[in-house]
Design a protein around this ligand. Structure first.
Ligand SMILES: Cc1ncc(COP(=O)(O)O)c(C=O)c1O
Length: 416
């Protein structure tokens, strides 16, 4: 592995090798992460990285594009087929740039956007004040119902009618339940707003038809090809045919210049991988594992936000254990279990402290873990929570984590 790097740059080689060992031996529960198939890494490390071009297939600003034109066209066709979309643009460098491109395609600075609050599960690019979205546009936010912790659709409707946004956004980074796209699209239509769904987290579950698709309801659907889609590190946009030209101009020249063909090739393969029966089986197991893990944690005294999950992630309120999110996050990391501290709805703590952690099951499932391992993982998390600060106990748990993590080797589970 990395023969040339080892010869030329020992420092970087050592870092990659140590990271490989972390990924091999640990238990990965960050909801945005996955282990991509080897073909994705081959494409991302291929000669495609040498090609520069702007524009679209057949309409480039650089010569020598006959091969990459075929590749981009193939990737677009696969994305359309996979999600049943009328148009796809696969040039976005990331999920954030996919969102930025849609805004650039249909909004003017100062226009009003209605999106989900960041501290209740939304994403930075849906209108946070510290992000370009909140600085360029007039952003207002909807949140969750305090009792049910489900999206407060009545609030969405009230705010939409009162503020008349030009764009309504559904989609989240930390929301464990299905979103009612039909209701959201009706609200958008009623106030004359565009309706966009950011499915970055759940795109893999949508592709595998494990959960409903937003495509029939939304004018624009944005996503990453990472997370549950388990592929290239980039973004893409789907839209109705009538918005195709606006979206393409939104990406280039709107917010990007040349594209990253090595990543685009990997995206094209990501879509192919997501069409296989093995992938669909994996995504079904991702949800089963998440539901089992949530149930087991709940039985051990953690509070699961909304009482459970319909997708690949759960939000765990750690206060019943007398902890903060950051305390559990750091203690888990010390034994080789990776999660992230996360605000829970109406969290009294700061984002750097939090009352919860977010846990996802995509990566562990790709390695081949099933419900039995989800139960073992819940027991390990509980053991850590009950032994915070006890160095000897944590060392013992770390050994058990390595034993479990390394008994499910990379590339021997669902994807090779
Ligand atoms: C809902 C949502 N949208 C967009 C993004 C941004 O993706 P990227 O990190 O590729 O910019 C994320 C990433 O976490 C996300 O959760």
């Amino acid at each position: 592995m990395l023969r040339s790097l080892k010869e030329k740059d020992q420092a970087l080689y050592d870092i990659v090798k140590a990271e490989l060992s972390r990924q091999r031996n640990g238990i990965e529960l960050i909801a945005s992460e996955s282990y991509v198939p080897e073909a994705i890494m081959e494409l991302q490390g291929s000669v495609l990285t040498n090609k520069t071009a702007e524009g679209y297939p057949g309409k480039r600003y650089h010569a020598g594009c006959h091969e990459v034109d075929k590749m981009e066209t193939l990737g677009i066709e696969r994305a359309k087929e996979l999600f049943g979309a009328e148009h796809a643009n696969i040039q976005a460098h990331s999920g954030s740039q996919a969102n930025q491109a849609v805004y650039s395609a249909i909004l003017e600075p100062g226009d009003t956007i209605l999106g989900m609050r960041l501290d209740q599960g939304g994403h930075l690019t849906h209108g946070s004040g510290v992000n370009f979205s909140g600085r360029m546009y007039n952003c207002i936010s909807y949140g969750l119902d305090r009792e049910t912790e489900i999206i407060d659709y009545d609030e969405v409707e009230r705010l939409a009618k009162e503020k008349r946004p030009k764009l309504l956004i559904a989609g989240a980074s930390a929301y464990p339940r299905l979103i009612d796209y039909e209701r959201m699209s009706e609200i958008a239509r009623e106030v004359g707003a565009y309706f966009m769904v950011d499915m970055a987290h759940i795109a893999g579950l949508v592709a595998a038809k494990v959960i409903p698709s937003p495509v029939p309801y939304a004018d624009f659907v944005t996503s990453t090809t990472t997370k549950t889609l388990a592929g290239a590190r980039g973004g893409f946009i789907l839209c109705r045919a009538e918005y195709a030209s606006k979206v393409d101009k939104g990406i280039f020249p709107g917010v990007q210049g040349s594209m990253h063909f090595h990543v685009m090739g990997a995206k094209a393969h990501t879509f192919k991988n997501a069409m296989t029966s093995k992938y669909r089986e994996c995504m079904q197991q991702v949800v089963k594992n998440a539901q089992k893990l949530a149930q087991e944690l709940s039985q051990r005294g953690f509070r699961i936000v909304t009482g459970g999950t319909d997708n690949h992630l759960m939000l765990v309120d750690v206060r019943p254990k007398g902890l903060t999110g950051v305390q559990l996050d750091e203690a888990l990391e010390s034994v080789g279990i990776t999660v992230n501290k996360n605000m829970i709805p109406f969290d009294p703590e700061k984002p750097t402290v939090t009352s919860g952690v977010r846990i996802g099951t995509t990566a562990m499932t790709i390695k081949g873990m099933k419900e039995a391992q989800a139960e073992q993982i819940a027991a390990l998390i509980d053991e850590v929570a009950c032994n915070i600060g006890d160095k000897t106990a944590l060392e013992g748990i770390a050994r058990k984590v390595t034993e479990l993590g390394s008994s499910f080797p990379l590339y021997q589970g669902y994807f090779k």
